[in-house]
Write a protein that binds this ligand. Structure first.
Ligand code: FES
Length: 360
């Protein structure tokens, strides 16, 4: 609490210097916690509860990492579940500390109005001593220090607990993952393979080459995908989704070594963005550009889906296609490289991608 009277001299001084009325500081209204010990205690408990929320959040986050095991299957639903609980735990961990500190400052810490005059950069010895005294008073007011006698020990203990364990929510998963055996084959293979027909997403209707007119776009899944159980369907679909586009063959720049990967201007590319994996689905017919809505990476479908703009570093993987005897479009093979974002072991495991390809 402050005593406003001590500002009067200062206000008068400013009046004399500038010749206008200085309204001075508004009347100081003490807060409930300043005048009511019960309110002060209640505020203290609320702050401690917020720090406890932070501690709980950290525990939930670490617990979700260990208890909700993704397992070897690693289906999309489980991964989403684990990520959700880890994220909620981290959110509670951080927001608990933040709100606790704000509530503490607003309800319990010193509430004095202060005026500080502009002055030369170096403060006088007197001001410096005053500043040090203010710091000491602040520490005293916050309950963190005071004459060797611990005050507000509940707040001190809960804050230290929350701050001490909050970093664990981030560190434990990192340490847990060190040396983990990542099964990267999951990223490398999809349901596509020789002879697998291309079907429309989501109804699964097969696609005849004759039905694909120039300029049209199809969202595509492998034939039979919809017959999988829900977990496998989601996992496989997230890797196998493809965008099929028909261009005027004259506009298509056929890539070296991929002369037989398209059919009469029909090309198929993975829909999984090579930046961080959003579905790339916005096709601009005039420019043949495919846009990823997440961070605006843009791929040129007429030129091997090369990146023409944005943060992605690699072209979209191309699915080699052909047409079978019944006129249906089929895959000639799986993708020849892992779909989706880059990762540390991407080149390991014997597929043909070279470092040069990676750097395109
Ligand atoms: S995920 Fe596509 S641009 Fe970032």
């Amino acid at each position: 609490m402050s005593a406003p009277e001590h500002h009067t001299d200062h206000a008068e001084e400013v009046d004399n210097k500038n010749g206008f009325d200085n309204p001075g500081l508004p009347y100081h209204r003490p807060r409930r916690a300043d005048v009511d010990p019960k309110a002060s205690k209640r505020a203290e408990r609320q702050v401690a509860a917020l720090f406890a929320v932070s501690v709980l959040g950290t525990i939930v986050s670490i617990g979700a990492y260990f208890v909700l095991d993704i397992g070897d299957g690693g289906d999309v639903g489980t991964i989403q579940n684990v990520n959700m609980w880890i994220g909620l735990g981290l959110f509670a961990s951080m927001i608990g500390i933040g709100l606790g500190a704000i509530h503490w400052a607003k309800t319990l810490m010193r509430d004095h109005e202060m005026v500080e005059e502009r002055h030369e950069l170096r403060s006088s010895d007197e001001s410096r001593e005053g500043a040090i005294q203010n710091l000491k008073d602040g520490a005293e007011d916050s309950g963190l220090a005071g004459n060797g006698v611990p005050r507000r020990s509940l707040l001190k203990g809960s804050l230290i607990s929350a701050l001490a364990i909050a970093p664990l929510a981030v560190l434990v998963p990192q340490i847990g993952n060190m040396g983990a055996d990542w099964n990267i084959s999951k990223f490398r293979h999809t349901l596509w393979g020789p002879g697998v027909r291309l079907a429309r997403d989501p109804d699964g209707a097969l696609i005849r080459a004759a039905d694909v007119s120039i300029g049209s776009v199809f969202h595509v899944i492998p034939e039979g995908l919809n017959e999988l159980d829900h977990h496998h369907l989601m996992t496989e679909k997230s890797k196998a989704v493809v965008l099929l586009v028909r261009l005027d063959p004259a506009d298509l720049k056929v890539q070296k070594g991929r002369e037989d990967w398209s059919f009469d201007g029909i090309v198929a590319y993975s829909k999984i963005c090579t930046h961080v994996g959003c579905p790339v689905a916005l096709y601009e017919q005039q420019t043949h550009h495919l846009l990823c809505p997440c961070h605006q990476s843009t791929f040129d479908v007429s030129d091997g889906a090369k990146v023409v703009f944005g943060p992605a570093k690699r072209p979209l993987p191309q699915l080699p296609i052909a047409v079978d005897d019944d006129g249906y479009i089929v895959a000639k093979a799986d993708f020849d490289e892992p779909i989706g974002p880059s990762y540390w072991d991407r080149l390991k495991g014997g597929h043909e991608a070279t470092v040069e390809e990676e750097s395109h």
